[in-house]
Design a protein around this ligand. Structure first.
Ligand code: GLN
Length: 534
């Protein structure tokens, strides 16, 4: 029988609730349990697919083509939970389903209300998220306790706990102990108030995870315990990590968190937790043999969350090569205004990530030309790959007008144009080419060497493609079509063979990497950056 863990957050947002939830999953898997992971988001968009990265950070994509919250990336990087459309529900998705039922007449005769109809739908979503037969289903509630829009979710999980029984449901509340520099002390009041808010709704947290900058004293834990009605041993410190998010699960274990979770769920560990491999990983991160600096040239560079999976994937590539990866975050517009020499000098590799629209596109093309001509290892992802094709068409093939039809629909030389299947699409939400597609690799290419397999599956999120009308001209000029989707006849990977390592991919390899299983393309990209440096 599945047991359930709900993770809520209080005081402020951005406490690392997704990371902590992922760490809970990691710990439970290491104890021999199977887990599922789910995020409930209180906003009204059906999914984050139509939101700007400035609003929401990166849009994560799953194998089944769901556009989802970036916390799902943490879940996949830390655990082996199966992540699907059922792993992320928003208020919009819940309401859409209820309204569809109402229109069908499923509630005939009734007034449709938040309680019970919306809360029932949320409870159904929680059960769906618990993929078949897992031992423990972990559900993170987005937002901060006290927000108006979180209320139906909190009410639903309160009801849920009542239905499943005391030892089958655990509430973990993540909170902040702010340190006031002026008085030199940490404060418990915000934690007391946010737990108070939860208790008003009828939820008594079993475990409090307290984010702190400084160590939490015994007296402080006692005070929190007393005021929040949580046993002292269940008041857990989660101090800011020193250098890597991969420290979080080990730090929580050190605080006895693993035992508390099992106690509350009335479970015994199925096996002794082994952490040697993880410790090894952390020691590689701490004492790397090499160091490279990689420029990430994009449009949303001010916001770390906008390229979260890309940055993680680069670090994973670094772990595989015992290499510290320093990031140089460069605005594509700055490249256009200040020139490549000024902003890209000295980097060992260049990555151009995915993106949309006109802003920054010319800067990306200049960046790619610089990487190609100066033989700097290059990885282009999605829009970055499309920009690489535009650069090659303009600067090698000599098609000066070459561009993408994404923002120039009347251009004469559309080397990147709308996919056939996209031409009839009118709604923008959830209608891109999304999710996992096969890609057959060309023998002898850098990509085939990286993957070590002739056929791979990767995740997509785009509307435009390399225009097949230009394929043979690009090839004749020296561009290698290193990967294709045979069914749809789409080019998925381009390479420039006369270069140490120049790879552009139409898909998003950054969504399929784990610290222990780094993505082959990121691994080899970092490898090339190391070789070219020395
Ligand atoms: N804007 C491009 C397209 O839609 C690329 C999308 C992306 O980089 N994710 O095809």
């Amino acid at each position: 029988m599945t047991k359930y863990i709900f993770v809520t957050g209080g005081v402020v947002s951005s406490l690392g609730k997704g990371l902590t939830s992922a760490a809970v999953g990691w710990i439970l898997e290491r104890q021999g349990f199977t887990v599922s992971m789910q995020k409930l988001d209180p906003y009204i968009n059906v999914d984050p697919g139509t939101m700007s990265p400035f609003q929401h950070g990166e849009v994560y994509v799953t194998d089944d083509g769901t556009e989802a919250d970036l916390d799902l990336g943490h879940y996949e990087r830390f655990t082996h939970a199966k992540i699907t459309a059922d792993s992320n529900y928003t208020t919009g998705k819940i309401y859409r389903s209820v309204i569809q039922k109402e229109r069908r007449g499923d509630y005939l005769g009734h007034t449709v209300q938040v309680i019970p109809h919306i809360t029932d739908e949320i409870k159904t979503a929680v059960r769906r998220g618990a993929s078949a037969g897992v031992d423990i289903a972990i559900t993170e509630i987005g937002g901060t306790v006290g927000d108006i829009e979180s209320l139906p979710f909190l009410e639903a999980i309160r009801q849920f706990a009542l239905e499943v029984g005391p030892h089958d449901c655990l509430f973990i509340h993540l909170t902040l102990l702010p340190f006031l520099r002026a008085s030199g002390e940490m404060k418990t009041k915000p934690t007391q108030q946010s737990v108070g808010k939860l208790r008003e709704i009828g939820i008594q947290p079993h475990i409090l995870v307290c984010r702190t900058e400084k160590p939490m004293s015994e007296e402080m834990a006692e005070k929190i315990s007393l005021f929040c009605n949580v046993r002292k041993e269940a008041v857990i410190e989660e101090r800011d990590v020193e250098f890597s998010i991969y420290e979080v699960p080990l730090n929580l274990i050190r605080e006895g968190f693993d035992r508390r979770v099992l106690d509350c769920l009335d479970l015994e560990p199925r096996k002794e937790v082994q952490v040697d491999d993880w410790q090894q990983l952390l020691s590689t991160l701490k004492n790397p043999q090499h160091e490279v600096e990689i420029a990430v040239v994009g449009k949303y560079i001010e916001l770390h969350d906008a390229y979260k999976s890309i940055y993680e994937a680069l670090h994973h590539g670094g772990i595989a090569k015992s290499c510290k990866v320093k990031l140089r975050k460069v605005s594509a517009e700055r490249v256009a205004s200040e020139g490549t020499d000024k902003v890209l000098t000295g980097v060992d590799g260049i990555l151009v990530p995915g993106g949309f629209g006109e802003r920054g596109f010319e800067g990306k093309i200049l960046t790619i030309k610089h990487a190609r001509e100066n033989k700097i290892p290059f990885l282009g992802i999605c829009y970055g790959m499309q920009a690489a094709v535009v650069d090659f068409a303009r600067n090698v093939l000599g098609i000066d007008e070459a561009t993408t039809s994404e923002y120039a629909p009347d251009a004469s030389e559309q080397v990147i144009n709308l996919m056939e299947e996209q031409k009839t699409v009118s709604d923008l939400g959830g209608t891109m080419r999304l999710g996992a597609f096969d890609c057959s690799l060309t023998a002898g290419s850098k990509s085939a060497a990286a993957y070590g397999s002739p056929k791979v599956s990767e995740r997509h999120r785009h509307r435009f493609e390399l225009n097949n009308a230009y394929r043979s001209r690009l090839q004749e000029a020296g561009m290698l079509m290193a990967g294709v989707n045979e069914q749809l006849d789409l080019v998925e990977i381009v390479e420039v063979p006369d270069h140490p390592w120049f790879v552009g991919v139409q898909f998003h390899p950054e969504f399929k990497t784990r610290p222990m299983e780094p993505h082959p393309l990121f691994r080899d990209f970092i490898g090339a950056a190391i070789s070219e440096k020395t």
